[in-house]
Design a protein around this ligand. Structure first.
Ligand SMILES: Cc1cc2nc3c(=O)[nH]c(=O)nc-3n(C[C@H](O)[C@H](O)[C@H](O)COP(=O)(O)OP(=O)(O)OC[C@H]3O[C@@H](n4cnc5c(N)ncnc54)[C@H](O)[C@@H]3O)c2cc1C
Length: 424
């Protein structure tokens, strides 16, 4: 079945990037049809909150920040096509097709399909004792598994998602082992000095840690499973395992000959792809790391919202720009507040301060402050974030004097937005 619309907008994916695009389209006066395609039939969910649902910290409704029913779609006059993934997008002819065989010819389209957990090709990975966490369905499955009262869980991946899973298990009294190939926790966001303080606190809480541990195989046992690691590392027996070793952008329905894709769909500052009329936003989109000036998927809720809004404005015909972002992680877990901003790997100077509770570590490249780690010091982090952004604006002014003023303003607003979103 083909439905042809002259002025229809198609949005693929039903996360916050899609929601913010829809809001902005209407705010900017777009009055045509908006068709939303989703692979599931749930309202817009927040993946960040899934582990809180698993542990019981929030209830079912808490998973859906835009409303638990169809009020959002009703308010913004959205025509929904739910419960069937888009399986093909012919970007040149502007036609999308979902698994049910429904074809839709669009005028403009936003790709907002987010990302999915990465699973390595190792024996046993498809065991029903192996879990991931991203979607509402993942959370429901893991919560059900907890009803069987497991004693011991293995979490592979000392990432921001991994630590949230550790926290969820710890809160309900399940013994946890956290393993990672890297030699310390938060390998991308934390300097080893900061990581080791976090690790010490985790050990004090009874959480076992295994670093330098590359998982090679999983074997089901009568009671649970056994995970094997490369080298001399002892296998681990557990009742279940959660893989948290990163995500991959959901781009499988796109033709790579048509749409430029690296780790994600390449976008410019207006969220435009290389194909006219086709936009991308959120965890599927590869925008710009303002520090390195290279393309990067940020994998952040606030970033996805900002990109969605930028796409929406431009799709409505009102030029808006989102220049990029700085890698940053702000996370609260097991009584600790960790903040990692910018680049903590490459630096020419480093300073740190620790009073036994609060830890601050700053990194410079030449005279420019380019990275920071904070533990339990939320207040100073705001000052440092602003300093990094100020430096960036100065370097932008000197290196790209044509950069419009509005873009500098947007850079400054990014962190205000992050804080608002993360406190919400
Ligand atoms: C456990 C966990 C903890 C996190 N912690 C933080 C944090 O502390 N701070 C932070 O900033 N971010 C965090 N994040 C990341 C944050 O949730 C994401 O960056 C954000 O949700 C991205 O939004 P999105 O709209 O791009 O994608 P998503 O929210 O993933 O939405 C994409 C939607 O598209 C749908 N879809 C996918 N493929 C198709 C298809 N082919 N057809 C139709 N529909 C499709 C999906 O089902 C989904 O509904 C965390 C994520 C997880 C899982």
């Amino acid at each position: 079945m083909i439905i042809r619309r002259k002025k229809g907008i198609a949005i693929i994916g039903n996360g916050c990037a899609a929601a913010e695009c829809i809001k902005k389209l209407r705010e900017k006066g777009y009055s045509g049809e908006i068709h939303l395609f989703s692979d599931n039939d749930r309202p817009i969910a927040n993946p960040m909150l899934t582990t809180y649902f698993v542990s019981g910290k929030i209830d079912w409704e808490g998973l859906f920040p835009y409303g638990k029913g169809d009020e959002f779609y009703h308010n913004y006059q959205v025509i929904t096509h739910f419960g069937s993934p888009v399986v093909n997008l012919d970007a040149h002819n502007r036609i999308i097709k979902n698994k049910d065989g429904f074809e839709f010819s669009y005028d403009q389209c936003l790709i907002a399909t987010g990302a999915s957990p990465f699973l390595p090709s190792i024996p046993g990975i498809h065991s029903n004792k192996v879990f991931v966490i991203r979607t509402v369905d993942d959370a429901v499955r893991l919560k059900k598994a907890l009803q069987n009262r497991p004693h011991k869980a293995l979490v592979v991946g000392a990432s921001m998602a991994g630590i949230k899973v550790v926290e969820a298990f710890h809160m309900v009294g399940v013994k946890v082992i956290l393993a990672d190939l890297a030699d310390h926790i938060f390998p991308l966001a934390a300097h080893p000095d900061c990581a080791h303080i976090i690790e010490k606190r985790l050990l004090e809480k009874g959480i076992d840690l295994k670093f330098g541990a590359a998982i090679t195989a999983i074997e089901e046992t009568s009671g649970g499973l056994k995970a094997y690691f490369a080298g001399n590392i002892e296998p681990v027996e557990a009742d279940l395992l959660v893989m948290c070793i990163g995500v991959r952008a959901n781009t499988g329905f796109l033709e790579r000959k048509q749409v430029e894709i690296k780790q994600g769909v390449l976008v410019d500052q207006q969220m435009r792809t290389n194909v006219p009329g086709l936009f991308a936003a959120g965890d599927v989109a590869q925008g710009r790391n303002l520090l390195s000036n290279e393309g990067q998927i940020m994998g952040l809720w606030a970033n996805a919202r900002y990109q969605g809004r930028t796409a929406g404005a431009n799709m409505a015909g009102v030029p808006e720009f989102f220049p990029g972002n700085i890698p940053h992680n702000i996370t609260h877990f097991l009584g600790m507040d960790f903040i990692g901003i910018g680049d903590v790997k490459q630096f020419t100077r480093m300073e740190k301060k620790y009073d036994g509770k609060r830890f601050i570590q700053l990194f410079w490249q030449g005279d420019i402050l380019t990275g920071a780690n904070f533990l339990d010091d939320y207040q100073s982090s705001g000052i440092i974030k602003n300093q990094i952004l100020k430096n960036l604006q100065v370097s932008y002014k000197t290196s790209q004097s044509s950069l419009p003023f509005i873009q500098n303003l947007l850079i400054r607003n990014i962190f205000e937005e992050v804080e608002k979103c993360e406190r919400a």
